[in-house]
Design a binder for this molecule. Structure first.
Ligand SMILES: [Zn+2]
Ligand SMILES: [Zn+2]
Length: 339
């Protein structure tokens, strides 16, 4: 079968590799659509921590069941999406039901080869059958689940005012789930066209120009109360460090994006607010299921979210274009030529 291998930073190549064979408890999935994620772009750019090459990228995956080993009761030919976080089931996090932050986690396309290829074998626990959604929608379930998980971490209530920092794909997921909780939602970004998109598509309640005086804008938008929840989806040290000073007293901060740096803050500012600082890593199966339900019942909108697509046979060229500044990509997907 064909696979696209990231041989080293900046180099993707088509390679002929052996088609995998499912062992007991494994499912062979014929890939139909692959979402392109910031993680893939960072890995390609060589700035993803702990990344080894060569690697087949791609963890936002949908397809059909092609075959299965013994002990699997998924029907052949059925549409599936893949939960790409393979956890050990034994460590302290797994024992406490938090496989999303397993100490030995292996994320497809990061720690082991992912799905930019024709077929992939995955343990059955991570393959979920779902009817009624397109393969492209199923390929963006993972991305929306990250936002869903962040909103769950903060236990958002309808009385909250939530500020989402960064309106990329993860931010858009967080915005939609925060809106579903009934909270007032503000979004901040450096790009005005992205803010306008969020207002039009997701009916956010207030826009913050991240290049302007953020504190003053928040003071006005919240009548001096400031946001009770801030969800950072920027991966920007300055933005992350600014959260404490812009938070309501008694509020919560969720760091979704990871930055390869130390974050520092002033303890009295942190303390006087009785700040709750939360990390959010990956997503749980429940988050995935909530996203699928939301896409099915229309509370979660994917329309307009996928801005770019290409076929597998032309993906290397397209991928390179998408990584360029000014590409205008919100979410890009790669469709298999036979899909
Ligand atoms: Zn992703
Ligand atoms: Zn574990």
């Amino acid at each position: 079968m064909k696979a696209v291998v990231c041989v080293k930073p900046g180099v993707l190549e088509y390679k002929q590799v052996e088609k995998p064979q499912p062992k007991a408890g494994e499912v062979l999935v014929k890939i139909k659509s692959i979402g392109v994620c910031g993680t893939d772009i960072h890995a390609y750019g060589g700035n993803q921590p702990f990344f080894e090459y060569p690697r087949v990228l791609g963890h936002e995956l949908s397809g059909v069941v092609e075959d299965a080993g013994s002990d699997v009761d998924l029907e052949k030919g059925k549409a599936v999406y893949i939960i790409p976080y393979i956890s050990c089931q034994e460590c302290v996090a797994c024992r406490n039901g938090k496989g999303n932050c397993c100490t030995n986690i292996e994320v497809l396309g990061v720690h082991r080869d992912g799905g930019m290829c024709e077929y992939i074998c995955v343990p059955k626990e991570y393959v979920v059958q779902t009817d009624g959604l397109s393969f492209n929608d199923l390929a963006v379930v993972e991305c929306f689940s990250i936002g869903a998980h962040a909103v769950n971490r903060a236990e958002i209530k309808s009385s909250d005012t939530v500020l989402v920092l960064g309106s990329g794909p993860i931010g858009i997921g967080a915005i939609q789930f925060a809106k579903m909780s009934g909270a007032k939602v503000l979004v901040s970004d450096v790009a005005q066209e992205k803010l306008d998109f969020c207002r039009e598509k997701y009916a956010v309640d207030g826009l913050v120009d991240a290049l302007g005086d953020v504190t003053e804008q928040l003071r006005v938008l919240t009548n001096g109360d400031f946001p009770t929840v801030i969800i950072d989806c920027t991966g920007n040290v300055k933005a992350m460090e600014s959260t404490i000073g812009n938070l309501a007293h008694g509020g919560k901060i969720v760091f979704v994006s990871v930055v390869k740096a130390d974050i520092s803050f002033n303890d009295p500012e942190f303390h006087k607010r009785e700040t709750t600082l939360l990390g959010s890593r990956n997503a749980t199966r429940k988050d995935f299921e909530n996203v699928v339900d939301g896409l099915k019942n229309g509370t979660l909108k994917s329309e307009g979210f996928i801005t770019h697509s290409t076929k597998f046979s032309t993906m290397i060229e397209s991928f390179q274009d998408w990584t360029k500044p000014g590409s205008g990509v919100i979410k890009a997907v790669i469709e298999m030529d036979n899909a």
